[in-house]
Design a protein around this ligand. Structure first.
Ligand SMILES: *Cc1c(COP(=O)(O)O)cnc(C)c1O
Length: 378
């Protein structure tokens, strides 16, 4: 998620310290479950980068970037694609090409575009966000109807133009939106003449978990963004795919926003490598997340809804009365890094740097820690 969540960990907790001496702790291998952005490039990925053919992409001369854009457009079943530096930039370009300043965008309160990007959406896109709150962050025709009807429309109000969806839904612990839900929503947006943008930062996770192709998911939206630096484990980059005329506009705004890169082929080669080599293995991340959930559920007052673990995230309730930021701080000292995830909850995210053995070690450390908290509380 973001570094801001990490900065929340400021309180120094009055918590039970572990049995291990600090000098021994330093030798413990840290298991970093904060985010799937916390990966190191694999040797093969580094080699692919080093060998990349590059040129000046601002002049359309970087063949690695062009190859990536063609390949991802095809994978996502769209006419064209644009390589962007971050998921945020892809999303912001999508808002810009679908709307005029003063237009309204309907989405869920939990979505990244609302929760983390409301300031840039207003500043760069000039749009009004109209959030609704759906179960698991899923938008339905009923919620859409509600969002449209909540204001008397007319010249006084912003006009809804765009609906944003997200898959997987990060805030809800990586919930996978079923294809049927997005298809039903698409029928409703068509009736209202609204465009749809799919924030698919983790669309590969959703597609692998659901056994649905990227193209079938992408077909439910006009534009789709997808990240290489999340589960796919590349160091950089995102792609925005859609109709050629819209992607041409996005290319222009990308330049305006300072996002037209020069020898970006090094990064495009990494992205291509990550798609080819790390896509199918996302199933391992999902299995590891499930394993972690099963191992810690109920241990020392930790709560996990194992059935809710659908992709690479586990939302864990910390023992009653414990501040989640304190839990995160002490867990880090014990060699397990987590993300504070709202009151009473922490999040663990699996990625390609971790295996099933790491899950067992992490579960053991977390359980031991949780029991220690409990003993102190009684
Ligand atoms: C991470 C993320 C983004 C933004 O990606 P950055 O590359 O960090 O800007 C957008 N949407 C979702 C759902 C994300 O998880």
């Amino acid at each position: 998620m973001t570094i801001n969540d990490l900065e929340l960990v400021t309180t120094h907790p009055a918590v039970p310290r572990g049995p291990r001496a600090p000098e021994k702790r330093a030798a413990v291998k840290t298991i970093d479950l904060r985010s799937d952005t916390m990966t190191q490039p694999t040797p093969g990925l580094r080699r692919a980068m080093a060998a990349a053919e590059v040129g000046d992409d601002a002049y359309g001369e970087d063949r690695s970037v062009t190859a990536l854009e063609r390949y991802t457009a095809e994978l996502l079943g769209k006419e064209a694609a644009l390589f962007c530096s971050t998921g945020t930039m892809s999303n912001q370009l999508a808002l810009r090409i679908h709307t005029q300043p003063g237009d309204e965008v309907i989405l869920d309160t939990s979505h990244h575009i609302h929760y983390f990007e409301s300031a840039p959406s207003i500043d760069l896109g000039g749009v009004v966000l109209n959030p609704v709150t759906g179960r698991d962050g899923f938008l339905t025709p009923q919620l859409l109807q509600h969002a449209i009807a909540v204001k008397p429309r007319g010249p006084v109000y912003a006009t809804p133009r765009l609906v944003c969806v997200e898959n997987t839904v990060a805030f809800h612990g990586g919930k996978v939106v079923p294809l049927a839900v997005l298809r039903t929503l698409r029928e409703a947006t068509d009736l209202h003449g609204l465009a749809v943008h799919l924030d698919g930062a983790r669309l590969p996770n959703a597609a692998v978990a659901a056994g649905v192709s990227l193209a079938d998911y992408a077909a439910t939206a006009d534009t789709v963004s997808m990240c290489f630096a999340k589960g796919l484990g590349a160091p950089f980059g995102s792609v925005l795919a859609g109709p050629a005329d819209l992607i041409n506009q996005a290319r222009r705004y990308r330049k305006w926003y300072g996002g037209a890169l020069h020898q970006a082929g090094f990064m495009a080669a990494a992205a291509l490598y990550s798609l080819e080599r790390h896509y199918d293995r996302l199933a391992d991340d999902h299995a590891n997340a499930r394993l972690l959930a099963e191992l810690i559920a109920g241990e020392g007052g930790l709560t996990v809804d194992v059935g809710n673990v659908e992709s690479n995230m586990v939302v864990i309730g910390v023992p009653d009365g414990i501040d989640e930021r304190d839990f995160v701080a002490v867990a880090a000292e014990e060699g397990v890094q987590l993300m504070a995830w709202g009151p009473g909850r922490v999040r663990a995210t699996t990625h390609l740097g971790l295996n099933a053995g790491d899950m067992r070690v992490a579960a053991e450390r977390l359980a031991e820690l949780a029991w220690r908290f409990i003993r102190v509380a009684v």
